[in-house]
Design a protein around this ligand. Structure first.
Ligand SMILES: Cc1ncc(COP(=O)(O)O)c(C=O)c1O
Length: 411
């Protein structure tokens, strides 16, 4: 059973108050709060065995190596990868997606297909490469309901040369909250030998992902959105594809050998991509975050969050024309976040008042989807509450009540 009161006790920051009032944290799509179990793991690393992994022969280093690799194995098992060597630790989803782009030949012959609601981390590099004639880029339009046309995707895929295209999509949008059908799309991509790259920043923390069953080629994840420490993420890649890509960063641990003046033998993945001393504390604590999600059950987390999503959408629907919601109307087709268009009212203004007057922490602006906001004419930005496993229905009601009061005063 998912016991929300017990879950909340795991998050020490939820005991904080400001002016005698509790904090309502509704910014988890940006950064999730950390359970005590993850904090303890970080403290243990720094107080009991601080060392680097993989290099020195002493006991601290051996313990770090073991825990660093155990954490990799936990990540691998959590997404049902074939082998832990398919997990590369990165700083975040952004770095993971940039690393995966190394699979491209960059000779101008390949097409990248992505969608307009994509986060900048899954757009900027493609646009940069296209502007420099290294790739052809096809950005499919996502509408205000959060949908792109599957027929259009199929049409573009059919116009590409076999094996000469990459489809790079967002599993769950941080703005439309829409969930795409990964398995169906993977089938379309693989029928023409394309590569399927998935931005799972907003899905991995909230729902089960089975990379084998879904047939994902590369996937980027941010552990800091999944109860893990900040500045941690990973790239999942099918091993045979990882073997084809060059590192983003060159240096120690990334090579098997070097003979002067010019012979470099790269180490196999994942070491090849983890040059220099790493964030060992972060990786080990990411393992603790995965243990934490596992202990609650990712299925149960998903069901609980569906209830939060239902409450949020039901409450927002009662605002009528005062606001509009970006993304699908059906709460079962979205996750527990909403980008709210406040019409003439600037989203930052409301976010600041929410924080100052009600202790409600949420996000405003373009949420790193500038292109999509401009395309939809949402120049005032959108107000985005995003809820996670430690939030309650009561907190959503507090947010809805605060929004009602502010809109009545300012509207
Ligand atoms: C859908 C999506 N993709 C990618 C990212 C980038 O994540 P990070 O900043 O952790 O690299 C985010 C962050 O909010 C996101 O929501």
């Amino acid at each position: 059973m998912f016991d929300i009161n017990k879950v909340r006790e795991d998050f020490p920051v939820l005991r904080e108050t400001k002016d005698g009032k509790p904090i309502v944290y509704a910014d988890s799509a940006c950064m999730a709060l950390k359970p005590q179990q993850v904090i303890n793991t970080l403290v243990d690393y720094y107080t009991k065995f601080t060392a680097c992994a993989g290099r020195s022969p002493h006991k601290f280093s051996r313990e770090t190596t073991k825990k660093y690799e155990d954490a990799r194995e936990k990540a691998s098992t959590f997404i049902n990868a074939k082998d832990p060597s398919e997990i590369v630790w990165t700083r975040n989803t952004t770095e993971a997606l940039n690393l995966a782009s190394g699979v491209l030949q960059l000779d101008g012959s390949e097409t990248i297909i992505c969608t307009s609601e994509s986060h900048n981390s899954n757009l900027v590099k493609w646009i940069f490469l296209a502007n420099n004639n290294k790739i052809k880029l096809n950005i499919l339009n996502t509408d205000k309901n959060g949908l792109f046309k599957l027929d259009q995707l199929i049409e573009v895929v059919e116009s590409c040369k076999d094996g000469k295209f990459v489809v790079s999509l967002t599993h769950v949008s941080n703005v439309t909250a829409a969930i795409i059908d990964v398995k169906e799309i993977a089938k379309i991509v693989h029928q023409r030998e394309g590569i399927f790259l998935l931005d799972a920043a907003q899905s991995f923390p909230h729902q089960p992902i089975d990379v084998k069953e879904m047939d994902i080629d590369f996937m980027g994840v941010s552990m800091h959105k999944a109860c893990g420490p900040t500045g941690m993420g990973f790239l999942y890649g099918k091993y045979e594809l990882l073997e084809k890509i060059n590192p983003l960063i060159y240096g120690g641990e990334a090579i098997a050998d070097l003979v002067l003046p010019k012979t470099i033998k790269f180490a196999p993945p994942p070491s090849r991509f983890e040059a220099g001393l790493q964030n060992y504390a972060g990786a080990i604590a990411s393992g603790a975050a995965i243990d934490y999600l596992d202990s609650l059950g990712i299925d149960k987390i998903q069901s609980y969050e569906t209830k939060l999503s239902n409450t949020l959408m039901k409450g927002l629907n009662e605002f009528g024309d005062q606001i509009s919601i970006v993304g699908p109307k059906n709460p079962n087709k979205r996750v527990a976040l909403a980008a709210i268009d406040l019409k003439e009212i600037n989203s930052h203004e409301i976010a600041i008042l929410m924080d100052d007057m009600y202790n409600i922490a949420l996000r405003s602006g373009y949420h790193c989807t500038h292109g999509f906001h401009h395309a939809l004419g949402l120049e005032q930005g959108t107000l985005r509450p995003s809820w996670y496993l430690y939030n309650t229905i009561d907190e959503i009601d507090i947010f809805l009540e605060a929004l009602r009061e502010l809109l009545d005063t300012l509207g």
